[in-house]
Design a protein around this ligand. Structure first.
Ligand SMILES: *[C@@H]1O[C@H](CO)[C@@H](O)[C@H](O)[C@H]1NC(C)=O
Ligand SMILES: *[C@@H]1O[C@H](CO)[C@@H](O)[C@H](O)[C@H]1NC(C)=O
Length: 353
């Protein structure tokens, strides 16, 4: 209580009106990498699922897979359980990574997209469905998609995201994990069935590549963590947010590409990376793997970007904790997304835009 009074006095001095909503990073102050977030119109809450498995195993909510956090105000997030209770993995055996929750494009229920290792040890993409936003999410019998590329058979598929176009046609966008074997890290797209749980075209080499890493740039060997935001009704563009460099480096960052058409013409922003570490005194480093959504809390013009970052400034040789952070994105006059707070993770109390 005392603390709350002190904070509101502080904000009063900063000239903020009493009704202004605020937040301060990190929103999840424990290991919460790869946050996939959405706003649920049924419950009028935000939900984020995150990776909680694999190398490092720093996450403590490991009973089952994919912890879910809930928020009604964007100032605080509360753990509400796992998307998949123990022993409901289906085909998936290990490396439960990069979950995303979405309302089903059919208008009924919810879908969870994620990465996992299958019985053959390959990294594949999976889908599960639920009646309620917080689950439980029941996996499909088979993986959604595994690598079928005979030219590059050892590489896995990871970091799936769902994009639904104006007509309600869902697409799967994912990363070919090329940096794991020294080949390009392509971000690919393929059509999903109308219920978003089936890919008919299993031949990965026939899928369209939207962007690839430029090894001579900040991206280095890796582009991953794709997320498409449809802004064509305003700026005329689709935006593809992605991460580049390696997840365990201070230099892991968020970039963006844009196009007027889903399958071709993607150009990367001249201002990439748009979100990156600040100086050596930064409280957070290596920001990445974002999800970018409308802020239905304020109906503001700005977009809410949820992402993870390592705590402190460090070049980890082993995995360190990655917290979940929030910062806002606006579309500038040139039609490019940019971070409202200048491109580094915010640390002080911020206004919810
Ligand atoms: C969904 O949520 C409702 C309301 O809380 C509950 O009654 C119902 O049992 C839930 N359904 C499932 C499948 O969990
Ligand atoms: C989803 O669509 C696929 C392909 O049309 C179909 O095989 C599957 O049964 C559908 N799933 C549900 C739950 O309706």
């Amino acid at each position: 209580m005392l603390l709350a009074v002190a904070v509101s006095c502080l904000l009063g001095f900063a000239g903020t009106s009493p009704t202004t909503k605020t937040y301060q990073n990190a929103l999840i102050q424990s290991d919460a990498p790869d946050p996939g977030c959405f706003y649920d119109r049924t419950t009028e809450k935000f939900y984020c699922a995150h990776t909680c498995n694999g190398e490092g195993a720093l996450c403590t909510n490991s009973q089952g897979n994919f912890p879910i956090y809930e928020s009604s105000d964007l100032s605080s997030f509360e753990y509400v359980g796992v998307a998949q209770p123990p022993d409901t993995d289906g085909w998936a055996k290990d490396r439960f990574w990069a979950p995303e929750l979405h309302p089903s494009p059919t208008g009924e229920g919810y879908v969870l997209f994620h990465t996992a290792g299958n019985a053959d040890g390959n990294l594949c993409l999976g889908v599960s469905t639920a009646v309620n936003a917080t689950g439980p999410y029941v996996p499909s019998n088979e993986p959604l998609l595994c690598n079928s590329d005979e030219e590059n058979p050892t590489v896995g598929l990871i970091d799936s995201t769902l994009f639904v176009d104006d007509d309600g046609q869902p697409y799967l966008v994912y990363k070919v994990d090329g940096n794991s074997n020294g080949t390009p890290s392509n971000i690919n797209i393929v059509a999903l069935s109308t219920n978003a749980t089936y890919v008919a075209e299993k031949d990965v080499s026939s899928h369209v590549t939207l962007i690839t890493n430029d090894p001579d740039s900040w991206e280095g060997p890796c582009t991953e963590g794709p997320w498409i935001y449809d802004d064509h009704s305003k700026s005329g563009y689709l935006f593809l947010f992605y991460s580049g460099s390696m997840y365990n480096n201070v230099g892991y960052s968020v970039g963006v590409a844009r196009s007027k058409s889903l399958f071709e013409g993607w150009e990367k922003s001249p201002d990439n990376p748009i979100l990156h570490v600040g100086g050596e005194d930064s409280g957070f480093s290596g920001p990445g793997h974002c999800s970018v959504i409308d802020n239905e809390l304020t109906d503001g013009e700005e977009l809410a970007m949820f992402y993870h970052a390592h705590t402190g400034y460090r070049e980890p040789t082993v995995d360190t904790e990655r917290n979940m952070l929030l910062d806002f994105v606006r579309i500038n006059e040139e039609g490019w997304p940019e971070m409202v707070n200048g491109g580094t993770p915010s640390e002080d109390v911020q206004e919810i835009l």
